[in-house]
Structures are given as C-alpha cells and as structure tokens.
Design a protein around this ligand. Structure first.
Ligand code: MG
Length: 452
C-alpha cells in the first residue's frame, strides 16, 4: 500500500484523508503521467462527488489534457466510454460500497483496466514531486458529454442480444448510477422491470451501498411479492452485481460465479478463466469438467484483469460479484453482468434456484487471528515454510494457499486490519473444521515463533 493509493485507488473520508487539494494533485499527476492526452472523468452519486471531480478536472486541465466530463455514471460506464471513444484514460470519483461520508479516486487505462499498483506508485511519485505547467496556449475547457450511459447501454445490448421477453425482474440500484443503465438495458431487452432505490441520492436513503444479503431484505421481499423471476442488486458504483432467486433467496456468490463460468465456457469452448484465491473450488470443478483451466489471482479486480490480459482468459471474476467480460472492456461491469444473467435465464428457460441446485456447494469457514502489523511479513514467511514441509500444491500469489484432494486452505494477512485470516473449504463440514483448526493453530504457532 502506498502513501495515497490503497487496495482500490485513493479512498477515504472526505475532508479528512480525501480533500479537493489531494484530488487536484492527483489530477495534475495523471496529466503529467499521460503527457497531456484525452481523459474522461466520471463520478458516482455521492454528495461530494462534484467537489472532488471538479478538482481532478482542474488538475488535468492544468497539465494540458483534453477532459470530457461525463457526469454521474457507473464505474463500468466510464470504462466502457473510455474504450468506445478511444480515450487515453479515465478517472472515476467513487467510494464504491463504502458509507456516504467516503469518496475516492480511481484511474483507468485505455482498455478499461484499472491502474496497476506499479502505475499507482508512479502517480504517487509525481504527486509528491515538482510539476510544471504547460504554456498558456495549452489550457482548454472541459467538455461535457451526457451520452456515456447511452453508449454503455448500446454496448451491452450489442454484446448480449436483446432477448429478455417475458421475464419479470426487480432491480435494486442502491440510489446509485446503476439506475441509469441496468433498468434501461433490461427494458430494452424486453423484461418487465420493477425498480427499488432507483433515484440518485448520495445519502443512500434506501439501503447500505454494499450488496450483502443483510442489506437486501427489501429486494428479497419485493421479488416474492411481485412474483419476479429474478432480483438484481448493485453496489454504489455498479461494478458489482448480486442476485436473488425467484424464491426470494440470496444466490450464493460462489455458486453464481461457477454458473457463469460454466455458461461462458460452454459458449466459447474451452479456455482459461481467472478467479481470485478466495473463490470456491466449485469453480475449479465446473471449469475442469468443461476442459477449461482456472488461473488464480490476488484479491482485487485489477489482478483479475491483469491475469485475463496475460493469459488470454475468456472471463474473469471474483465471488463478490465483480465480473470482467474481456470482449467488452477490462473493467468489472455490473449492468453487463446483470443483462448476461437475464439472457442465461431466458435461454435455459428454468428458474435460477433450479440452475443453482446443479452447482455443488461446499462448506467454507473463515477465522481470523490477531497479529500486529509489523509481525505480518514474518508470520507469513513462517507459514509458508511450514506449509512447504508438509504439502505439495502451494500457491503464493496472495498469501499462502494450499490445495488438497478434498479442499483448500488460504492464510492471508488482512490489508486493512491487524489480522491474519484463515479461509478453508472442504467437501464435508467435519473436514472443513479440521482444516480450519489445523491452519489457525499453524498461524498461532508461527506468531509465537516470531515473538508475537
Ligand atoms: Mg464497486
């Protein structure tokens, strides 16, 4: 983690960590990094979005960039717009699923992929360095373009086709910009769409912007009461999507991911699929059955996107509902994923709950061990050494992941809290408990060994 950039761009409470001054600096640094160039700037519906975005825009203009202000949009709308318009970069002012007092700044490349940590380090250096201004003739005015949501809608329709006839869908937009895209796309596909929280409001009066099951009770109730075929919910900037079955039940993250992987591989023939180290072995099972290959990545959409590029994957995703469809762009796209799920239901002509039943489900257990920040690297070294003495199939792309015949275990330091997390999954509950106990014990022993 750098000085300004965390796990997902620059993120913090406005007026404390994130200020217009910092945003101005970030904008200038990006302009310098690009050497001028054409940049789209968008923001989610947060109350301080305009203040932060205006500062970013001022920074970009001050380095001689051409700036297109696309206003309030979904993060994937910005990614799509950058690609479709052939721009050099995008800036999204968003704090995704965080509470309303937060905001953030995230940079995007010309192919819709988030800036990598290496690129972010370069930006940080420029932010702290001495920046010069271009000649007075190089300054321009920002252009406004309100067409970005329409560009996104058209691109999604082109990708998934327009078949949604006869499906009744409830969409919970979290008072965020997904309201500008998802209901529009689904209606144009022929669905009957009922919306919840579809007015933009940065106070998030409808629900918490993180689409966890405990925040989606209204959606589950609405699906049941109107007899809908599907419930859809996004986070605050719509790079994520989650689903509720026709029975009003939250559809499990991993089962849905496996279902999508299966569908994509059936469509494309064999191929590689990128998922993070935390995704269920259900994905491996489904992908292997179809002759595909799973590429495991670090947790974070940028790592999934990098793996897709590097390995030529046909799809990538994380269990939290960020899915990347590389044919369109490399930004996780909630509205596109929602349209994709609708087309899957129409083609299968079976309810989601029934499709999910075909995907095996295994118990996953999680436990955390307290560990001071400064001891984390040594604890992880010890865990890796001890694990190598005992097991063969070890992946250290993010933490230490051990692959077993009947399950897996992952030991990973938390990026934000003084904790080391243990995640295990196994074919039976008893085996999962056994694995959890074994790996929690290992972390505790290592903690003692390094003097914790
Ligand atoms: Mg998000």
């Amino acid at each position: 983690m750098g000085r300004y950039f965390g796990t997902s761009g620059i993120r913090g409470k406005v007026g404390e960590f994130l200020t217009p001054e910092l945003a101005l600096r970030a904008g200038r640094a990006l302009g310098e990094y690009l050497g001028g160039g054409e940049v789209a700037v968008g923001r989610d519906a947060r109350v301080h979005g305009q203040a932060i975005a205006s500062a970013v825009i001022a920074g970009l203009l001050s380095q001689g960039c051409r700036v297109v202000d696309v206003g309030v949009v979904c993060t994937p709308t910005l990614g799509c717009y950058v690609v479709e318009e052939g721009l050099d970069a995008g800036v999204m002012v968003t704090a995704s699923h965080n509470p309303p007092e937060y905001n953030g700044i995230k940079f995007w490349n010309e192919d819709g992929m988030a800036f990598t940590p290496d690129q972010e380090r370069e930006i940080e250096e420029l932010m702290d360095g001495e920046l010069s201004y271009p000649g007075w003739r190089e300054f321009r005015e920002a252009e406004g373009d309100g067409s970005a949501p329409r560009v996104h809608v058209e691109r999604i329709l082109e990708e998934v086709g327009a078949d949604g006839e006869g499906l009744r869908v409830v969409v919970d937009c979290a008072n965020g910009p997904s309201a500008l895209v998802t209901p529009v796309v689904l209606r144009e596909m022929g669905c009957e769409v009922i919306t919840l929280n579809a007015h933009l409001d940065g106070h998030f009066p409808g629900r918490h912007p993180e689409p966890r099951p405990e925040h989606l009770e209204d959606l589950m109730r609405a699906v049941r009461s109107v007899g809908a075929d599907l419930g859809i919910a996004h986070d605050g900037d719509a790079d994520r999507v989650v689903f509720v079955t026709e029975e009003g039940e939250f559809a499990g993250y991993d089962e849905v991911l496996a279902l999508v992987c299966r569908r994509i591989l059936e469509e494309k023939g064999a191929g590689k699929v990128a998922v993070n180290v935390d995704a269920s072995m259900v994905v491996d099972e489904v992908v292997r059955e179809l002759g595909g290959e799973v590429v495991r990545t670090r947790v974070g959409d940028v790592y999934v996107a990098e793996a897709i590029k590097r390995e030529g994957c046909v799809f990538g995703g994380e269990p939290n509902g960020t899915w990347i469809h590389p044919d369109v762009h490399l930004c996780p796209d909630g509205p596109l994923s929602a349209a994709w799920m609708v087309s899957l239901l129409v083609e299968e002509d079976r309810p989601l709950s029934e499709l999910l039943e075909e995907v095996p489900r295994y118990p996953t257990l999680r436990e955390s061990v307290e560990c001071p920040e400064e001891l984390k690297p040594r604890v992880m070294e010890c865990v890796e050494r001890r694990v190598r003495e005992e097991y063969d199939r070890i992946d250290t792309v993010d933490g230490v992941r051990v692959e077993l015949e009947d399950g897996w275990a992952l030991v990973r330091p938390s990026g934000t809290e003084p904790l080391v997390r243990v995640t295990v999954e196994a074919e039976s509950r008893e085996r999962a408990e056994e694995l959890r106990d074994e790996f929690v014990r290992l972390v505790r022993e290592c903690l003692r060994e390094v003097g914790g």
